[in-house]
Write a protein that binds this ligand. Structure first.
Ligand code: ARG
Ligand code: ZN
Length: 853
């Protein structure tokens, strides 16, 4: 049953304190939960107390210390209802839960040998009966009891206040969290770990103990994450003036985790993929992501924990803002241009598709069946773009003024996106009424621009028009459009700034220009829109080299590529124009940072191109992409080869930042393997590499191009890494991407491989997700076999872990953009799923959305 934003009501009761006593056991974990509860002043005294609860066995119930008579309560699969409650009382509830049987990985579960928890969004209701909603904030004291040998570390939120040994080899630890919080931020961990410790002294001089818990033997792989944590803490003080508030900050890395990581107060729990990294086993991208996720969870301490969401429709309040903060952090720690381009690539490849698909929703959704389905690219990434637009409109200083006001007003509260916007507006004495439409609009808006230069008067007029995404309707948005005007001759920037588009159609005029400038629009990707602005090859080539803005320089090359790929797609005999080949040569020759050049020569992918074409025939698009790449190689093989070697030399001499040269080397490799006889070089790269970035790239291209060397390298890789679970995920992912006719037999074999487990989300994603996303040739096989295979796996996975199954179904529901016959083949599989009667609410919500029309 759906829930609606418009139906929000405050809870009739508030829970003020929570005292948990938890005796851990694999199958019978006892949870005693004692709460101080008060009825809300306005609530009717006959209002029953309805607590959420699932997958638990109720053992006992006491009100003010008296066992509650059976006539006073009712218990069903979803809730516990208590009638005739006094105005203020103590309620004690004892329940049993089964962590070992918990394969959904929500509530208390076991990961390897350790107990851990995941409560966001609605997992606490699997630990105890509770008002499981974020606007119920309480002070928690947590006592954990467990066997001391097996579980030497017993952790919960806040500060440790007691620790003692008990009889029968058990021990007890009590934690107290002085900050009130919603139950989704509760966490508990019990296990045996290696512990990496350090400290951080805050700007006001308080000392914070930093502790990172990892599986035994992994201490050296935790050092980078520790540094990232210290960098995050320093960055948030320097840029946002925000300081950490407890005496201890703990991070635990676990192998079984549904998402990336979780910001539980003082006790973050992470997917080990976003903690563990060393040069031998992790790629440069892995390092980047570890740092970004460590930052993200740390930044939540203020934007999420101290100030949280009133209800789950407001999720972007904390996620959009925190993603924006982690993006800014990454930009400061790396190259801002390169970081920004990566943000935009993710948005376009995945969020635009979501926005155009059946699950499209505003960044503040209005209707939700299963909340876990709304941890989306829209809420996170588009949400961050909306915050970025505010930042663009208000400037860094204005934005920080707004942040200060937001914190001054709402610290310790559960609030709404409107509260955030109101604080930003008040602090800057501005009206953000129109801006706030971004919270309710659906789909990617389109912006169309034309320019007209009048030589006589020296004036340039830009006419800019905005349109909602197709099928949508809403009043005009406030769209900030960054621009530059470049002089044709000197190539100097004559003007730059930000235009505020507030009307459906609007004109902007620049006077006193003594020549016709080259116009650069949407600099920095200043708004999450699709821009249509036709520019000739010469203009794009000028922008590519001379724009101040790095995003626009990159974007100019991408437009050239996209246009060219569209020609290849439409015309089977199309071949590369000399001008484009020259442009490509210019890119290769330009003196730019290697990481930037790597992005410039990386072609738009399959997913991105489906956004720019209509009625896509998948095989025809794949064919166009590979012909284009092959033609580029044909024209520029010598340059690509020279660049590949130059990068290799830089790397060997240890010059500059290795990551940039590795990225460029691998980007060249992608082209070079298309030609003949690169087998030896690939083998050499694989064998020489002392880092995972180069090693995995060699294996990857050997797999996707079916190189003769692949079998041997693949065996070697497996033999070397079979005991490293994160590297095994990479190996499974590569197997799923092999493009040959044996693919379906191979996939069956992999499902039965001793290293495969459907229960481990990372492993399931590595095999199933990679096939559906990175093997478009066979996923979109005309026979429908690829869709069948995915459907079969979704059915199996849904019975184990609905949340992960529901993520992996994405490529099957995003039928839009494909030719109607393709869509029909996909929908048949969705109909098959819809007919199954034991499908989860998670999958059900998506399938229904996909099949409505
Ligand atoms: N708050 C976490 C983060 O953004 C993610 C929690 C996701 N929860 C979920 N049920 N999918 O870091
Ligand atoms: Zn988050």
């Amino acid at each position: 049953t759906p829930r609606f934003l418009k139906d929000y009501q405050p809870a009739p009761y508030q829970i003020h304190t929570v005292d948990l006593y938890i005796e851990l056991d694999d199958e019978r974990t006892l949870v005693r939960n004692q709460m101080q509860i008060k009825r809300h002043g306005d609530a009717d005294e006959n209002e029953p107390l309805v607590l959420d609860g699932q997958h638990m066995e109720l053992q006992g119930l006491w009100l003010n210390g008296e066992a509650l008579n059976a006539s006073r309560y009712q218990c069903d699969e979803q809730s516990l209802t208590i009638t005739h409650c006094p105005q203020a009382f103590t309620l004690t509830i004892e329940t049993l839960v089964n962590p070992k049987a918990n394969t959904a990985l929500e509530g208390i579960y076991k990961s390897g040998g350790a107990f851990c928890t995941q409560c966001e969004a609605e997992g606490f209701r699997r630990i105890s009966y509770f008002l499981d909603r974020p606007d119920v904030m309480a002070i928690y004291t947590t006592t954990i009891v467990a066997d001391k040998d097996k579980y030497p570390y017993l952790l919960a939120n806040g500060n440790c206040i007691e620790r003692r040994d008990l009889e029968r080899g058990r021990h007890l630890v009590t934690w107290h969290d002085p900050f009130q919080k919603p139950c989704y931020l509760f966490a508990l961990v019990a296990g045996d770990f290696d512990l990496l410790e350090d400290r951080f002294v805050t700007q006001s001089g308080r000392e914070v103990a930093l502790q990172l818990f990892v599986d035994k033997g992994n201490l050296d792989k935790a050092r980078f994450a520790m540094q990232a944590l210290q960098d995050s803490m320093a960055w948030d003080e320097r840029v946002f003036g925000l300081e950490y508030d407890l005496d201890i900050y703990m991070i635990v890395a676990v192998d079984f985790f549904n998402m990336g990581a979780m910001e539980n107060k003082g006790l973050n729990i992470f997917n080990s993929k976003f903690v563990l990294a060393d040069q031998r086993s992790a790629t440069d991208d892995d390092f980047f992501n570890v740092q970004a996720v460590i930052g993200h969870e740390y930044f939540h301490n203020w934007t999420g924990n101290r100030i949280t969401c009133r209800d789950w429709f407001q999720l972007s309040l904390k996620e959009g803002l925190t993603v924006f903060r982690d993006q800014q952090f990454s930009a400061d720690m790396h190259q801002p241009d390169v970081t920004r381009i990566s943000n935009v690539r993710l948005l376009r490849a995945q969020q635009f598709a979501e926005d155009a698909g059946p699950m499209a929703h505003p960044i503040r959704p209005e209707k939700v069946v299963e909340m876990n389905n709304f941890y989306t690219l829209t809420v996170y990434e588009k949400g961050a773009e909306v915050i970025r637009m505010l930042h663009t409109l208000l400037g860094e200083q204005g934005f920080q003024r707004g942040m200060k006001e937001y914190i001054a007003r709402h610290d310790g509260q559960a609030v709404t996106c409107d509260d955030f916007i109101a604080a930003m507006a008040a602090a800057n004495d501005t009206d953000l009424q129109q801006f706030s439409l971004w919270y309710s609009q659906v789909g990617t808006p389109q912006v169309e621009a034309t320019s007209n230069y009048d030589a006589n008067s020296g004036s340039l007029t830009l006419t800019v028009e905005q349109r909602p995404a197709s099928g949508q309707q809403h009043p005009p948005l406030l769209i900030p459009i960054g621009y530059e005007l470049l002089a044709q001759d000197s190539k100097k920037v004559m003007h730059k700034g930000v235009l505020s588009l507030t009307q459906t159609t609007q004109q902007f005029t620049f006077e006193q220009l003594n020549e016709q400038p080259v116009v650069v629009l949407l600099t920095g990707f200043s708004a999450p829109v699709k821009l249509h602005f036709s520019q000739c090859e010469d203009e794009l080539m000028t922008i590519m080299v001379h724009a101040d803005d790095g995003f626009s320089r990159w974007e100019a090359t991408q437009i050239l590529f996209r246009q060219c790929i569209a020609h290849y797609y439409q015309d089977e005999s199309f071949s590369l124009a000399d001008s484009l080949s020259r442009a490509f040569a210019d890119i290769l020759d330009a003196e730019v940072e290697p990481a930037f050049k790597a992005l410039q020569i990386t072609l738009p992918g399959f997913a991105e191109m489906t956004e720019f074409l209509q009625d896509v025939e998948p095989q025809q698009l794949l064919n166009a992409l590979s012909r284009f790449k092959l033609d580029l190689l044909g024209k520029q093989q010598a340059k690509l080869q020279a660049m590949y070697q130059a990068c290799d030399q830089k790397l060997q001499s240890g010059e500059g930042h290795g990551a940039g040269y590795r990225a460029l080397k691998n980007a060249c490799l992608e082209y070079l393997v298309q030609g003949q006889s690169f087998d030896t070089e690939v083998t050499a790269q694989y064998q020489k590499a002392s880092n995972m970035t180069e090693k995995i790239a060699a294996l990857q291209v050997a797999a996707s191009e079916n190189l003769p060397c692949f079998e041997a390298l693949n065996r070697d890789f497996f033999a070397q890494w079979q005991d490293d679970s994160l590297v095994m995920d990479k190996w499974f992912s590569i197997q799923a991407r092999i493009e040959d006719d044996a693919v379906f037999e191979r996939l069956e074999g992999l499902l039965n491989h001793p290293k495969f487990s459907m229960r481990n989300p990372n492993r399931a994603r590595a095999l199933i997700g990679s096939f559906a996303v990175h093997n478009p040739k066979y996923f979109h096989h005309a026979s429908g076999r690829g869709y069948d295979w995915l459907t079969d796996q979704i059915v199996k996975l849904d019975a184990i872990n609905p949340q992960v199954a529901s993520r992996l179904i994405t490529p099957l529901i995003q039928t839009q953009g494909f030719a109607s016959s393709v869509q029909e083949t996909m929908r048949k599989r969705l109909q098959r799923l819809q007919q199954l009667d034991d499908i989860s609410a998670d999958i059900g919500e998506k399938i229904n959305a996909a099949l409505v029309n």
